[in-house]
Write a protein that binds this ligand. Structure first.
Ligand SMILES: [Zn+2]
Ligand SMILES: [Zn+2]
Ligand SMILES: [Zn+2]
Ligand SMILES: [Zn+2]
Length: 557
């Protein structure tokens, strides 16, 4: 983000000159809401002829064109070449290391291609969300859908999984249904309004047993913020509910990350009620970036300040990843609204996009299983032709995928091929885990609570493939130690995977020897309480655990 360290003596100017264009010196942006500058009009003077020629139908000075966001992404300040005019160091392009490179700093070409892209889009004022593969994988992982980080699954496949995950999390099919959910056909105004006497915060609050267990095990009910975009988005949605319940009502929000690079302006327009008292929040929103806040978003914020609505405008801190998820949901739901549904807009919201939000619930184990399954090659889904000769546990379509997976697979492979296997028969006593003190509210998806509470057999999303588990012993009360646990037939240990798709309970009395071995291992782990190990499911309640060797570095969950 930041440019290379520059020699402050020669660079006091808050601006950077690069081949005739001016940018903020901190970020390399033509427009910068942090550095408070907009150089577009100024820079346009250099290319006005070309702009007029490229866009003969457009009038004016093109001062509102999309600005060049980060010139610094293609160049570095030179350590040797000084500008003869200003005496500061010039910028060299990264590809050729040429100061003032005419090929790389072809602003005319860059600006015109950006303008063409924006002017040809549906809503020229909306900045589209473009997610990279890593972004998509990260969002899926935050919902519990763990795919190999270097997976070669096609882009479209990843996109489908993300869309499906989002729809399952908002319970879309169940709540609104396929019939109404057709593209551009849904009109929420036919629903009854959310009664003002009813708490929207409660309506937006969802939870599942798995989640409650997780929080209970962590010893806290408060989820950690800004680590998991899915959890964060759910918190923010509750925040919208809370603000709506507030007297006086707060309906305007600004989402912004800590670096103030990404933002969303949002106004809750109306709230409706779906069956089972599930709220549907209609919003108008607009995305902005530090280097490109649409003009109307600036106006919107100014107007709020003037009308004193600013007091009712909590700024919601939201990481870039959370905003990506939120925008993906909003774009998806926006496509579903009927053009006949046109709630009243304020004059400064002309360019805002209309959409709606539903409460988000954690995915059920069933959903997670479906969305994480890769049949065939573990990397790309193709038919398998080879098997890792080290551990014989994973199969691939060929050497390309096997090589791509090696960095991830290595640690597991080494453990599996040389470790000692311990056969564990687990018990799932409903009475053992003390989850009763954790808040469990209804989930949108009965499967999310159903599977975990009504059957003692944990789901199996891994099939016969090895997966990482955590073995955690009980915390001993003061004056007691591990030996007391060993001697008590009622001692338990908890075993689960990162996404908690499967929780197992090990009871000392069932198999003292195996319990003892696993208990000894926990001494070697973090705080002598837990260890991470590779395991394979060998029965409904049976695991084969590679007990004496785990990952090189302990994961943090
Ligand atoms: Zn700046
Ligand atoms: Zn160059
Ligand atoms: Zn493959
Ligand atoms: Zn292997």
């Amino acid at each position: 983000m930041n440019s290379n360290d520059t020699d402050t003596d020669t660079n006091d100017l808050p601006i950077a000159f690069i081949r005739g264009f001016v940018f903020c010196s901190e970020h390399g942006s033509e427009f910068c809401s942090k550095c408070m500058m907009d150089q577009r009009l100024n820079n346009n003077q250099n290319i006005m002829g070309a702009l007029k020629k490229a866009f003969p139908d457009k009038k004016g000075d093109f001062a509102d064109r999309p600005p060049i966001a980060t010139a610094f992404s293609i160049c570095t300040r030179s350590k040797t070449h000084k500008s003869p005019m200003f005496g500061d160091f010039l910028f060299e392009c990264n590809p050729h290391k040429v100061p003032e490179c005419p090929a790389c700093f072809d602003w005319e070409k860059i600006v015109i291609s950006q303008m063409k892209l924006v002017y040809s889009s549906k809503n020229p004022n909306a900045i589209p969300v473009v997610l990279s593969r890593d972004d998509k994988l990260g969002l899926l992982a935050s919902m519990g859908v763990d795919l190999p980080p270097k997976t070669r699954l096609p882009d479209l496949d990843l996109e489908r999984r993300l869309e499906k995950g989002i729809d399952k999390a908002q319970g879309f099919e169940k709540l609104i249904g396929e019939g109404h959910g057709n593209r551009k056909a849904y009109d929420p105004s036919r629903l009854s309004k959310w009664p003002s006497s009813k708490s929207l915060l409660n309506g937006m609050t969802t939870s599942s047993l798995a989640e409650a267990l997780h929080n209970a095990a962590k010893g806290s009910r408060e989820p950690e913020l800004y680590k998991n975009p899915f959890t964060d988005t759910r918190q923010s949605l509750m925040g919208l509910g809370n603000a709506w319940d507030h007297k006086p009502r707060m309906s305007c929000h600004i989402f912004e990350d800590k670096e103030e690079e990404h933002g969303i302006c949002m106004r809750v327009v109306d709230v409706f009620m779906l069956p089972n008292d599930i709220p549907l929040i209609v919003v108008l929103y607009l995305r902005g970036l530090r280097s490109y806040p649409p003009t109307c978003s600036i106006k919107w914020v100014q107007d709020l300040q003037e009308t004193k609505e600013i007091f009712g405008m909590p700024k919601i801190h939201a990481t870039e990843a959370e905003q990506n998820l939120l925008l993906t949901i909003l774009e998806r739901n926006s496509e579903r609204l009927s053009p006949d549904y046109r709630p009243k807009r304020r004059s400064n919201e002309k360019d805002f996009t209309l959409s709606f939000l539903l409460p988000l619930a954690p995915l059920s184990q069933q959903n997670i299983m479906e969305l994480s399954t890769i049949t065939g090659c573990g990397m790309c889904g193709d038919e398998t032709t080879s098997r890792c000769s080290g551990c014989l546990a994973v199969e691939y379509c060929g050497t390309i995928c096997q090589k791509a997976d090696w960095k991830t697979h290595k640690s597991m492979c080494n453990s599996l091929k040389s470790g000692k296997n311990l056969h564990l028969v687990t018990m799932n006593h409903r009475s053992k885990p003390s989850v009763d003190n954790a808040t469990i509210t209804s989930s949108l998806d009965p499967a999310a609570t159903g599977t975990a509470s009504s059957t003692a057999i944990p789901s199996n999303i891994y099939g016969s493939k090895p997966f990482l588990i955590k073995i955690q012993r009980q915390v001993t009360p003061p004056g007691m130690n591990v030996n007391n646990l060993k001697n008590n037939p009622n001692s338990t240990m908890m075993i689960y995977d990162e996404q908690r798709t499967a929780n197992f309970w090990l009871i000392n009395g069932d198999d003292k020897e195996a319990f003892g071995t696993a208990l000894e291992e926990t001494k070697t782990g973090p705080r002598g309480l837990k260890v991470y190990r590779w395991a394979k499911r060998v029965g409904d309640l049976e695991l084969s655990v590679c007990i004496d060797k785990g990952p090189v570095r302990d994961p943090q969950w």
